[in-house]
Ligand binder design. Structure first.
Ligand code: NAD
Length: 482
C-alpha cells in the first residue's frame, strides 16, 4: 500500500516514529494509503530545514522566486488530470469538479503570487523639511501554513504561494483527511528543483503535528484555514507568543432571494451554491431566505432540480454529487438532519444516506437535502453543518431578512439576488459578512480581500494583503540636514 512521505529539506522522508495513519477513500470506505503520523521531531527537522533555507531564499530577487514557482505551475498543469483524479479519490468530490475548480485554482494561486511579488512597491513619506521615511517590508522567516480537507490543494497552495513569493520559508501541514495532493505537490517541487528547505510538508494529526508547528518559537506566523474551534485553540497558543495570525474559519452563509431577481439565473446558481462539493465549501449558502411572493414557486422548482442531481461514483463523468469526506463527517451531517426534524423541520427532499452499488457500496454518500419550516434561530439554522443540507425560509421585509441573516455567530459570505440596485447596495452594507455576492456566487477575483467577520476569522487573504501578511513592516526615518 502506498505510504505517503513527508517532504523535508528537499527530500521525501519517513516520519521519525515510523508510525502511520490510515487514509480512506470516501467513495469506497476503504483504506487506500497510509499517512505519516508525524510528531514534534518531524516538525523540528522541517523547521530546521526552513531556517537554513531562509537567508538564500529571502535574498533572491522576486523574479528568481517567480521563476522557481512558475516551474511548479508547469508541472501542475502537465499533471492536471492525474492530480484531479487523486483529489477526487482522496476527498470524495467528483473528479470533474476537481478538474474544473480545485487543480486549476492551485495553478492560479501560484501564478498570481509569483507575478504579484514582482509588482510590489513600498511607500515613502516625506516629513517636509525634516525627514524622509521609507517602509521596508521584509519576509518574516519561517512560517506555518495549515489547511483543511474540503478544497485540499486549492487552499494549501492559497497559503504557501504568497508565503513563498514574499520570501518566507514554509512548514506546511495539509489535512490528515486529504493529504494526497500535497504529497504529489512535494514530488513536483522536487522535480521543479525548488531549493531545499524552502517548502517543507509535514503530514499528520492536527493535535500532534499541527500544534507542534503552532507552538514552535521559530515559526513567526500561522496562516490557518479550518474550523472555528480549532482556530480559537491555535490563537490561544500563538497570540501570547505574539505570532502573526491569519484565521479563515467556519461559516453559515445566507442566500437572500428577493422576488424581483433574475429567476432562472438565481435558481441555477442556488443549486450550485447549496450543493457544490456536497455542500462542503465554506462559502456555500446553507440558509436560503426567499421573499414570500416567490416562496412556493421557488420551493417547487428548487426541490425538483435538487432531486435531479446525480449521486454517483465521483470518478464517472455523470457524477454531480460525490461522497462526503469521512465516516465521522457523514454521521455528523446525518445527526443534524435528525436534529432538524426534532426542531420541527420538514424534509422536502433527501435526508438519507445513499447506498450505491458496486465499487462504491461502502462509500459515504448523502442525498442533497432541503428542509423547511425551521425558525431562524434554531440550532440547525445557527450551527455549521458543512454538508449537502440547506434550509429554506420565507421572509416579508428587508429588515426581517437582515435580522435572520445576521443572527448567526459567523460572518463569512452572503449572496443577494435582486435586480434593484439600490437595495443591493443597502443590503450589502448591512450584512455582516466578509464577502457579499450580488446576483452571483463564488465569482472570485484573487486581488480582492478574502475572509470573514465575527467567528469566521481574523485577517484577510488574497491580493497584496497576503503578501503583506508574510512580511514585517519597518519604517526607516532619515533626518534631512540642510
Ligand atoms: P479542522 O479545524 O478540523 O482542521 C483544519 C486543519 O487544522 C487540519 O490540517 C488539521 O489537522 C489542523 N488542526 C486540527 N487541530 C489542530 C491544532 N490543535 N493545532 C494545529 N492544527 C490543527 O477543520 P476541517 O474539518 O479540516 O475543515 C472544515 C472547516 O474549515 C469548516 O469549519 C469550514 O468552514 C472551514 N473552512 C473555512 C474556510 C475559509 O476560508 N474561511 C475555507 C475552507 C474551510
Amino acid at each position: 500500500m502506498l505510504k505517503i512521505e513527508n517532504y523535508i529539506n528537499g527530500e521525501l522522508v519517513k516520519p521519525v516514529s515510523e508510525n502511520y495513519l490510515d487514509n480512506f477513500n470516501p467513495a469506497t470506505g476503504e483504506v487506500y494509503s497510509l499517512i505519516p503520523d508525524s510528531d514534534e521531531k518531524d516538525v523540528e527537522s522541517a523547521i530546521e530545514a526552513a531556517r537554513k533555507a531562509f537567508p538564500a531564499w529571502s535574498k533572491m530577487s522576486a523574479e528568481q522566486r517567480h521563476d522557481c514557482l512558475m516551474r511548479i505551475v508547469s508541472l501542475i498543469e502537465r499533471d492536471m488530470d492525474s492530480l484531479a483524479e487523486a483529489e477526487s479519490v482522496d476527498n470524495g468530490k467528483p473528479k470533474s469538479l476537481a478538474k474544473a475548480v480545485d487543480i486549476p485554482r492551485a495553478v492560479s494561486n501560484f501564478k498570481f503570487y509569483a507575478t504579484a511579488a514582482m509588482h510590489t512597491a513600498t511607500e515613502a513619506h516625506e516629513t517636509v523639511g525634516q525627514a524622509i521615511n521609507y517602509t521596508l517590508r521584509q519576509p518574516l522567516g519561517v512560517v506555518g501554513c495549515i489547511s483543511p480537507w474540503n478544497l485540499p490543494l486549492y487552499l494549501f497552495t492559497w497559503k504557501i504561494a504568497p508565503a513563498l513569493a514574499a520570501g518566507c520559508c514554509v512548514v506546511a501541514k495539509p489535512s490528515e483527511i486529504t493529504p494526497m495532493t500535497a504529497y504529489l505537490l512535494s514530488k513536483l517541487c522536487i522535480e521543479a528543483k525548488l531549493p531545499k528547505g524552502v517548502l517543507n510538508i509535514v503530514h499528520g494529526l492536527g493535535a500532534k503535528a499541527g500544534s507542534a508547528i503552532v507552538a514552535h518559537r521559530d515559526v513567526k506566523a500561522i496562516s490557518f484555514t479550518g474550523g472555528t474551534k480549532t482556530g480559537a485553540g491555535i490563537a490561544s497558543i500563538a497570540a501570547p507568543m505574539f505570532k502573526k495570525l491569519s484565521l479563515e474559519l467556519g461559516g453559515k452563509n445566507p442566500n437572500i432571494i428577493f422576488a424581483d431577481c433574475n429567476y432562472e439565473e438565481m435558481l441555477k446558481t442556488t443549486v450550485l451554491s447549496s450543493f457544490s462539493n456536497q455542500g462542503q465549501i465554506c462559502l456555500c449558502g446553507s440558509r436560503v431566505f426567499i421573499e414570500r411572493p416567490l416562496y412556493e414557486k421557488f420551493k417547487a422548482d428548487f426541490v425538483e432540480r435538487v432531486k435531479q442531481l446525480k449521486i454517483a461514483d465521483p470518478l464517472i463523468k455523470e457524477s454531480i454529487v460525490g461522497a462526503v469526506v469521512s465516516r465521522p463527517h457523514l454521521e455528523k451531517i446525518l445527526s443534524y438532519i435528525d436534529l432538524a426534524q426534532k426542531e420541527n423541520g420538514k424534509i422536502l427532499c433527501g435526508g438519507k444516506q445513499v447506498k450505491l452499488e458496486g465499487r462504491c457500496q461502502g462509500g459515504y454518500f448523502i442525498e442533497p437535502t432541503v428542509i423547511e419550516n425551521l425558525a431562524h434561530d434554531c440550532r440547525t439554522n445557527q450551527e455549521e453543518i458543512f454538508g449537502p443540507v440547506v434550509t429554506i425560509t420565507p421572509f416579508d421585509t428587508e429588515e426581517e431578512v437582515l435580522k435572520y441573516a445576521n443572527s448567526v455567530e459567523y460572518g463569512l459570505s452572503a449572496t443577494v439576488w435582486t435586480e434593484n440596485l439600490s437595495r443591493a447596495h443597502r443590503v450589502a452594507e448591512i450584512l455582516e459578512s466578509g464577502i457579499i455576492w450580488v446576483n452571483s456566487w463564488l465569482l472570485r477575483d484573487l486581488r480582492t480581500p478574502f475572509g470573514g467577520m465575527k467567528q469566521s476569522g481574523v485577517g484577510r487573504e488574497g491580493g497584496f494583503e497576503a503578501l503583506r501578511f508574510f512580511t514585517e513592516e519597518k519604517n526607516v526615518c532619515i533626518k534631512i540636514n540642510y
